[in-house]
Design a protein around this ligand. Structure first.
Ligand SMILES: Cc1cc2nc3c(=O)[nH]c(=O)nc-3n(C[C@H](O)[C@H](O)[C@H](O)COP(=O)(O)OP(=O)(O)OC[C@H]3O[C@@H](n4cnc5c(N)ncnc54)[C@H](O)[C@@H]3O)c2cc1C
Length: 404
């Protein structure tokens, strides 16, 4: 067993880098049949051509109103989502909380660009804030910028182009939706994460998130923006926003992730002939992630962090840094997060050791969460990457159960 002894300011503790290998803890909430389903699912999605054909066929079937929802529900949907509505998610939330893992309910409906849908998304998120206030297992809520306003508006605003009068009014309504959510969150003491999206709309989203922090993060961090560290400019962005926050007298909150739109970013940069905003390779993204992590943990008195990753090395590095810096495991300024249906070995082992952990729990009507499910299937197709790891762990647990 390889272990690392780290001298912390407070005491000596043993950090064991096999921490995430305990599959009994990782899968203790899964019945044998759920374990088999997960194994079968990851085996299927490890097959790239199958995912491509499956994605196209599913999209076609849904558009043609063929009766495939039942099949999707019984497979990918139930594995990666909590249900079609909040009530469906309750048993899942309660079950995860028995193992100390919190939930961040994620209304994952994407691609809706109609005003009344933005309003109903805002209402939904505000309801979740109220719900979170009452339920210890849900201390945090999340929303996507384009869940509250049109992508095009964010893009135009970020490009510094003048709005028409109608667009300005539309933008004012987006800003009002942000305020309504963040104000309620501050009143109820519930943290709000704002997801990061494509870089060509993100500038306006970043400015708006910062405006919210100025207003609502005065006593404690309520609003968290997202840093996508596959962007090579994000450490500099973080440092500059930290300077502004220090001189403005407010606190920062950041969720750090690597980023989910790499192919799309590269394709667009290539098509339009500008330099890609994405790091040149995975190692550079990893370094950027770890550098942002280090910077924030070193400045925890003014920046709080939600570490959104399935990467074991980065998670382990965070533990080591926390220990080195004398940050207690349950310090409310440091949270770890994984997506529901992925990396239970990280989530449940971290929670078992007393760290703050919350899993994103997506919900929404089956056909509306398809873009989210497709992203999950696509990012899991590489056998060398995440799927290989999930399959190995699931296999290990199946074997362990058979032997015991
Ligand atoms: C709780 C949570 C919240 C999230 N919220 C968001 C969000 O708001 N916005 C968002 O965009 N994503 C979000 N994600 C997804 C996230 O950005 C990653 O896509 C996903 O977590 C995989 O990265 P990783 O750190 O887990 O693991 P890893 O498997 O170590 O990293 C994979 C990631 O590395 C990067 N990468 C891979 N290959 C290369 C390459 N050749 N060159 C450069 N970079 C490369 C890509 O970002 C890829 O997704 C979230 C994830 C979690 C767990």
């Amino acid at each position: 067993m390889s272990s690392i002894f780290v001298q912390s300011k407070l005491n000596y503790i043993m950090l064991d880098n096999t921490l995430f290998e305990n599959t009994e803890i990782a899968f203790k909430l899964k019945s044998d049949s759920e374990l088999e389903r997960a194994y079968f699912l990851f085996k299927m999605i490890s097959n790239q051509p199958l995912v491509r054909i499956g994605t196209a066929a599913t999209n076609f079937a849904l558009k043609a109103h063929l009766p495939v929802e039942g099949l999707i529900r019984a497979t990918v949907f139930d594995h990666f989502c909590g249900g079609v509505n909040e009530e469906d998610c309750l048993p899942v939330i309660d079950k995860m909380y028995t193992a100390g893992v919190c939930s961040v309910l994620d209304y994952s409906v994407e691609g809706k660009a109609i005003e009344n849908q933005f309003d109903s998304a805002k209402e939904k998120i505000m309801k979740l804030v109220e719900f979170s206030d009452e339920k210890e297992a849900m201390p945090i809520v999340v929303f996507k910028p384009t869940g509250l306003g049109r992508f095009f508006l964010f893009q135009k605003k970020g490009e510094g182009k003048a709005f028409t009068e109608a667009e300005q009014q539309e933008w004012d309504r987006v800003v009002a939706r942000y305020h309504a959510i963040c104000k309620l969150a501050k009143e109820r003491d519930v943290e709000v994460l704002i997801d990061g999206e494509e870089s060509w709309m993100q500038d306006a989203a970043d400015d708006l998130a910062e405006d919210m922090m100025k207003v609502y993060n005065t006593d404690k961090p309520i609003v968290y923006n997202t840093l996508q560290t596959y962007r090579h400019d994000r450490l500099a962005f973080l440092k500059a926003s930290h300077e502004r926050a220090k001189s403005g007298g407010y606190l920062l909150g950041y969720k750090i992730v690597r980023g989910a739109y790499m192919e799309k970013e590269r394709e667009r940069a290539n098509d339009k002939g500008y330099e890609s905003p994405i790091c040149k390779d995975k190692i550079t993204t990893d370094k950027n992630f770890n550098d942002c992590l280090l910077y924030i943990l070193n400045n925890l008195s003014t920046i709080s962090i939600f570490i959104g990753t399935h990467n074991e090395e980065s998670s382990f590095l965070a533990l080591k840094l926390m220990d080195d810096l004398g940050i207690s495991k349950d310090d409310n300024r440091v949270w770890f997060g994984q997506l529901f249906g992925m990396s239970d070995h990280i989530s449940f082992n971290l929670a078992a050791h007393g760290y703050n952990v919350a899993k994103y729990l997506p919900f929404g009507p089956v056909k509306d969460v398809m873009p989210y499910l497709i992203r999950r299937a696509e990012e899991n197709t590489s056998v060398a990457g995440q799927t290989g790891r999930e399959l190995t762990l699931l296999k290990k647990e199946r074997k362990r159960r058979k032997q015991s």
